[in-house]
Design a protein around this ligand. Structure first.
Ligand SMILES: Cc1ncc(COP(=O)(O)O)c(C=O)c1O
Length: 305
C-alpha cells in the first residue's frame, strides 16, 4: 500500500499523503519540472539501483539546460534515492526523483520560484506486461511526430516534453495497440512514447542517433554496450519508417520497458512473430545482471545496503 510509504520531500521523509504542492506551483502551469525514472532490482546480495550515477548526471544536465539550481548536492540526492528504498523496505522498486519550480508568481521565467525536489519509490512491474517481455507487443506508427530540434530540448528529461509522449501513448491505446512509435520531424524513426527502439535486419542492429529527437536512454546506452560485449554489430543511424515493416527483430529499451520485443507494427508481423534470437540474447545478458547469473563487469549496480 503506497499510503504507508514515505517520500523524501525537500530533504525530509514525509508520509505519502503529505507530499503535496500548492496550485501556484510553476511546474503545474508550465511543465517546468525535471525528472528521472530509475529501477532498483532485487539481487542475491541486496536491492541494487541500476546505473544510479548516470541517472543523477542526466538529472543535473537537464536542470542545467533550464538553469535550475538544485538546492541539494549530488551526494544528498543520490543518498535520498537509496534511502527511499531502504526506509520503505523494498526489495525492488521504481524510483522517481523530481525537481521542479515551486510555488510563487505566475511569470513565465520562473526565476522567483524556489526549486524543490523529491524522490519517491513505488512498485512497478513489467511496464508493457510480463507477457510482452516474452512474446512482444503490438504497436502502431504514431500520427504525432517527436519534438523538433531547437524547440524543446530532448536532451532534457523535462515534464513539459511528456505532453508529446501522452499523445503518442494514448493514441496507441485508443487504437488497441500497446505503444506508438513516433518519427522525428524529418520522417525518420525516433522512439516510443517513453522508450528507445532497436531494429535488427540481416544480423545488424540499428538504433536512431541522439539527433533523431530521442531521449538518450540509459538503458539504450547499456544495451549498446551489452550488444558490443556480445560481439554484435550495432549502428546508430537514421532509420526509414519502412525498415519497421522489413525488420527481422525490433525491441524497445527503457527503464520502464526494460527490453521488450515488438511483435507487430501497424499489423505487419515483425520477423517470425516470435521474440528474435538477438533480442533474447540481449535480454538474458540484461536480466542476468540482477539474478547474479551475469557478472556486473561495468559496475552498473549500486547496492543500497
Ligand atoms: C521519451 C523517452 N525515451 C526513452 C526513454 C528511455 O530512457 P531510459 O532508458 O533512460 O529510461 C524514456 C524513459 O525515460 C523516455 O521517457
Amino acid at each position: 500500500m503506497t499510503s504507508e510509504k514515505l517520500i523524501w520531500f525537500n530533504g525530509v521523509m514525509v508520509p505519502w499523503s503529505q507530499a503535496n504542492v500548492h496550485v501556484m506551483t510553476h511546474a503545474l502551469h508550465y511543465g517546468s519540472s525535471i525528472f528521472e525514472g530509475i529501477r532498483a532490482y532485487s539481487t542475491p546480495d541486496s536491492p541494487a539501483i541500476f546505473r544510479l550515477g548516470l541517472h543523477m548526471r542526466r538529472l543535473w544536465d537537464s536542470c542545467k539546460i533550464y538553469r535550475m539550481d538544485i538546492p541539494f548536492s549530488l551526494a544528498e540526492l543520490t543518498q535520498a534515492c537509496k534511502d527511499v528504498v531502504t526506509v520503505n523496505n523494498y526489495a525492488k522498486c521504481f524510483l522517481r526523483p523530481l525537481v521542479w519550480r515551486g510555488e510563487g508568481p505566475l511569470g513565465l521565467d520562473g526565476n522567483a520560484n524556489p526549486i524543490k525536489a523529491m524522490v519517491l519509490a513505488m512498485e512497478w512491474d513489467a511496464y508493457l506486461g510480463p507477457d510482452g517481455l516474452k512474446n512482444g507487443v503490438d504497436v502502431m506508427v504514431s500520427s504525432w511526430s517527436r519534438l523538433a530540434a531547437n524547440t524543446i530540448p530532448t536532451m532534457a528529461k523535462a515534464g513539459g516534453n511528456y505532453l508529446s509522449s501522452t499523445l503518442i501513448k494514448s493514441e496507441a491505446l485508443r487504437n488497441g495497440y500497446a505503444e506508438g512509435i513516433a518519427m522525428d520531424i524529418n520522417g525518420y524513426v525516433a522512439e516510443g512514447s517513453g522508450m528507445n527502439l532497436f531494429i535488427v535486419r540481416d544480423g545488424v542492429i540499428y538504433t536512431p542517433p541522439a539527433t533523431a529527437s530521442i531521449l538518450s536512454g540509459i538503458t539504450r546506452d547499456s544495451i549498446i554496450t551489452i550488444a558490443k560485449d556480445l560481439k554484435m554489430d550495432v549502428r546508430e543511424t537514421n532509420i526509414q519508417r519502412e525498415m519497421l515493416y522489413l525488420a527481422d527483430e525490433i525491441f524497445f529499451t527503457g527503464t520502464a520497458a526494460e527490453v521488450t520485443p515488438v511483435r507487430s507494427v501497424d499489423k505487419v508481423i515483425v520477423g517470425t512473430g516470435m521474440r528474435g534470437e538477438l533480442t533474447e540474447a540481449i535480454q538474458s545478458r540484461f536480466f542476468g545482471l540482477f539474478d547474479g547469473s551475469v557478472e556486473d563487469k561495468h559496475g552498473w549496480l549500486d547496492y543500497v545496503k
